[in-house]
Ligand binder design. Structure first.
Ligand code: BGC
Ligand code: NOJ
Length: 803
């Protein structure tokens, strides 16, 4: 069942009913000011840091879910309704939500009045602008009372939801014309405020939430709205809001437009006030003046659309598969940009108050956006490498505002360092910018410790080589990619972190997955060394790669698939010897991608993967699921069977299997798996899948779960990056390389070819792939041996490949 449809021309997902299984959200903003917005207009805004600069309030486990974000009320006679259904909940005569790239549009109709509400964060603006167009489509005059409301968060989102003994006393606002300024704590140490404003004279306001709502009432039925009035309340502590009221008269056929603006301003210490405790509003005035007319708003929307068209034109495919095209050309790349902006911070499932930026997450996300924003990718790599320690290990996370490593979590996740090699090599292949390797980069952000980035890569690799266990395989540490496989923490204490408690340092538990990673990225590192004239180092690295490859073949191969690990007692995990957790997905993906055991082992591993882990929605993490808790395995066995790391389809690593299929040249296998969880392909199962059909979620409950097929944790997942890599570099086979663009598709029998446009190092490559006789590559009309299109200075390059 579907709750909407894709409009590919508009690059929008159109939701046709408000009662989606979960709030289906969108992201607004691309730089400092960000908003989340659901299909019923819920959500929240923040400036740069979702914990420390939360602008509007959001209650994560609210009931009803998602009420009280952006509240619009339209009062028409006896009826009160909201353009996006919530919060008024009055049944609408028409409802539609169109989520586009960086904007959302809500269209509602009731009793002959139509509302069209477009919400966006204009580029380079610290402000969300909400354009509300009301039209009288009836034949009688309409006298409407309109409210626009925002509830302020008292800046620190954690404090805001915990420290009430203080918070209920500090809320302060100022009112000037149609603008409410939120200035809590500005009198003391803060130098920032927020505002909510409308571009027309208001008839009244409220700034105290409980006065506006009235006792025993919620957002669906505020007292002020019921009485079509405002109480002109001035917040003094408690919960400050901005509720603006306007009266409109619309003749038949007439429409009027209002612009509501939610903004954020920082002032310098010297310019904080204009009088005692009166905030300096100069910057706010300028921002409001910049978005005071419909024409200004429309121009910003045009600029936003042009920005996205140009960004997405860097990689665009036309094939016989509409759904593949819409994932590749629009939604997958969009989600990659969202993960660039948000990392794992703010979604409807990530509270924005917990995790900082993950080392491994950020490195992997980069694989999905490096072709879109290479300059930002460069900066990101240096930020990430700067939290590494001199011995090659690294902090697991860092805070985006300070860029400092997160000491609460510390280090010890032994896969982390190797991801730095993966993303740096991807960056250089994309841009040709070898100079990044010379960039002075500190350890643990300490000035004076700077060494060239290349040295960081070298130490990453060395860290794995020097931390091997009894079978010569890499030690796992606290965990590898699978945060929940905790083989060195034997936790029996409720609430204790499975990752950071260290009560059983075996020094023995090993990871076959990290071995696969090492072989893959060790080979890439050696190739990089060769290119920059370090052939001796390349040879040394290849020796280590060979050693770990041999150890994997000897101790990591179980007969029909790769084992997962060895536990603290040197017992295999992910082996037929185990009763549960006999096979895991991760080593099948990485060991096959690394080419360990060649195509023969690859095919066998994939056949086992499909037979034991495959379901309708993809490949499960492990099988059979753990049915009881085992302290020697850790968090993985804490989840009920079929959920999260205990046997769901953990979407992040499914593309590894897709790429493994490409490695063994099985185009049918690759595409079949791709389709099983690519959102556009499962749109018609939305009532089961439940999360947005236009973005990937982290997990889909596995066969053993009570809710098989149900997805959770939409948006902020490494799935976005890896899925894009799998489809663009694996299935379509367009791979940036040091010397040119590789065109090496791995298509299913059902696809005859495709056309593709790819911007690469300043040249636009127009690629046509088709099946036929006279196989081979033709570049600008001339046959070229192999599958690499050589670099060129020309602005355009025509490439034809016959397969
Ligand atoms: C989750 C993992 C996540 C980890 C982060 C665990 O509870 O299951 O998916 O990576 O927390 O610390
Ligand atoms: C989510 C985390 O962000 C990621 O780093 C980890 O690899 C997966 N969970 C699997 O545990």
């Amino acid at each position: 069942m579907q709750y909407g449809y894709f409009d590919d021309d508009a690059k929008e997902y159109v939701i046709t009913r408000a009662d989606t299984p979960l709030p289906w959200i969108n992201y607004l903003g691309s730089d400092g000011f960000f908003s989340l917005i659901s299909n019923t207009c819920g959500g929240y805004s923040f400036y740069k840091d979702a914990k420390l600069r939360r602008i509007t309030r959001f209650r994560y486990n609210n009931v009803p879910h998602d009420e009280g974000g952006r509240c619009f009320y339209i009062c028409d006679g006896e009826t009160v309704w909201s353009p996006a259904f919530l919060p008024a909940k009055t049944a609408l005569d028409f409802y539609r939500c169109r989520h586009g790239l960086g904007y959302s549009v809500f269209e509602g109709k009731k009793n002959g009045v139509s509302a069209s509400l477009t919400v966006t964060v204009p580029m380079l603006t610290d402000m969300e602008v909400q354009k509300l167009v009301l039209k009288n489509e009836s034949s009688i005059e309409k006298k409407l009372t309109v409210y626009g409301v925002a509830e302020w968060c008292l800046w620190n989102a954690v404090d805001d939801s915990t420290n009430f003994q203080r918070n209920w006393n500090i809320g302060e606002v100022e009112i000037e014309g149609g603008t409410v300024y939120h200035k809590t704590e500005y009198r003391e140490r803060r130098n920032h405020y927020a505002f909510y404003s409308v571009n027309a004279p208001i008839d009244g306001f409220d700034t105290d939430r409980d006065t506006f709502l009235g006792r025993f009432r919620g957002w669906s039925e505020p007292q002020a709205v019921e009485q079509r009035t405002s109480f002109m309340s001035i917040a003094a502590g408690w919960a400050p809001i901005a509720a603006l009221r306007l009266s409109l008269t619309l003749a038949p056929g007439e429409s009027k437009t209002l612009l509501f603006r939610l903004g954020y301003v920082e002032n310098t210490q010297e310019k904080k006030f204009t009088a005692l405790n009166v905030i300096n509003k100069e910057k706010a005035h300028a921002m409001l003046a910049a978005f005071d007319t419909e024409a200004q708003f429309d121009a910003a929307m045009d600029a936003l659309k042009a920005y996205w068209s140009s960004l997405l034109s860097r990689f665009a495919v036309q094939s016989s598969e509409d759904k593949l095209d819409r994932m590749v050309n629009i939604w997958n790349q969009y989600q990659c940009m969202v993960t660039f902006n948000m990392s794992r911070s703010a979604s409807y499932y990530e509270s924005g108050t917990g995790r900082g930026m993950g080392f491994r997450d950020s490195c992997q996300d980069l694989l999905g956006f490096v072709h879109l924003i290479p300059e930002r990718a460069r900066e990101r790599i240096i930020d990430i490498a700067s939290i590494q320690f001199a011995d090659g290990s690294t902090y697991h996370q860092y805070q985006p505002l300070t860029k400092r490593g997160n000491a609460d979590i510390g280090s010890g996740f032994n896969d982390d360092p190797l991801w730095l090699i993966a993303c740096t090599c991807a960056y250089i292949r994309e841009t040709g910018d070898f100079s990044i390797l010379d960039e002075p980069t500190p350890f643990n952000n300490e000035t004076g410790t700077e060494v060239p980035l290349m040295e960081h890569l070298r130490r990453s690799l060395r860290y794995t080589v020097e931390h091997r266990g009894p079978h010569g395989l890499p030690l796992i540490g606290r965990a590898d990619w699978n945060d929940c496989l905790n083989l060195n923490c034997f936790s029996l204490t409720p609430g204790e972190s499975f990752q950071t408690c260290s009560n059983f340092e075996s020094g023995k538990a090993e990871s076959v997955f990290i071995a696969g990673m090492f072989v893959k990225y060790g080979k890439e590192y050696a190739a990089l060394c060769d290119r920059i004239g370090l052939s001796e180092e390349a040879a040394d690295v290849r020796v280590s790669v060979e050693e770990i490859e041999q150890a994997t073949l000897r101790f990591g191969w179980d007969g029909e698939w790769f084992r997962r690990a060895y536990d603290a007692f040197e017992r295999p995990i992910g082996s037929r010897e185990n009763d549960e957790g006999k096979i895991f997905i991760e080593p099948q993906g990485f060991c096959v991608m690394a080419g360990i055991g060649g195509p023969e082992y690859g095919k066998r591993a994939l056949a086992s993967t499909e037979a034991l882990l495959g379901n309708e929605f993809g490949i499960e993490v492990l099988h059979p699921c753990y049915t009881e808790y085992h302290d020697y395995l850790g968090e993985i066995s804490s989840y009920p069977p079929g959920y999260k790391e205990n046997g769901s389809v953990f979407c992040h690593n499914n593309p590894w299997i897709t790429l493994a299929y490409c490695m063994v040249k099985d185009g049918n296998g690759a595409f079949d798996l791709y389709k099983r969880n690519a959102p556009a392909y499962i749109e018609d199962k939305s009532e089961i899948h439940r999360t947005e059909p236009y973005c990937y979620s982290q997990t889909i409950a596995g066969r053993d779960a009570k809710t098989y097929g149900e997805a959770k944790n939409a948006w902020l997942t490494g799935t976005a990056a890896w899925s894009f890599v799998a489809v663009s570099q694996g299935i379509l086979g367009i791979r940036p390389d040091y010397d040119g663009l590789i065109v090496d598709p791995c298509l299913p029998d059902t696809m005859d070819g495709y056309r593709l446009s790819r911007l690469f190092r300043g040249t636009r490559y127009d690629v046509t792939v088709r099946r036929g006789e006279n196989k081979g590559l033709i570049v600008n009309g001339k046959p070229v041996p192999g599958n690499i299109v050589p670099l060129t200075d020309a602005p355009v390059c025509a490439v034809a490949l016959t397969i």
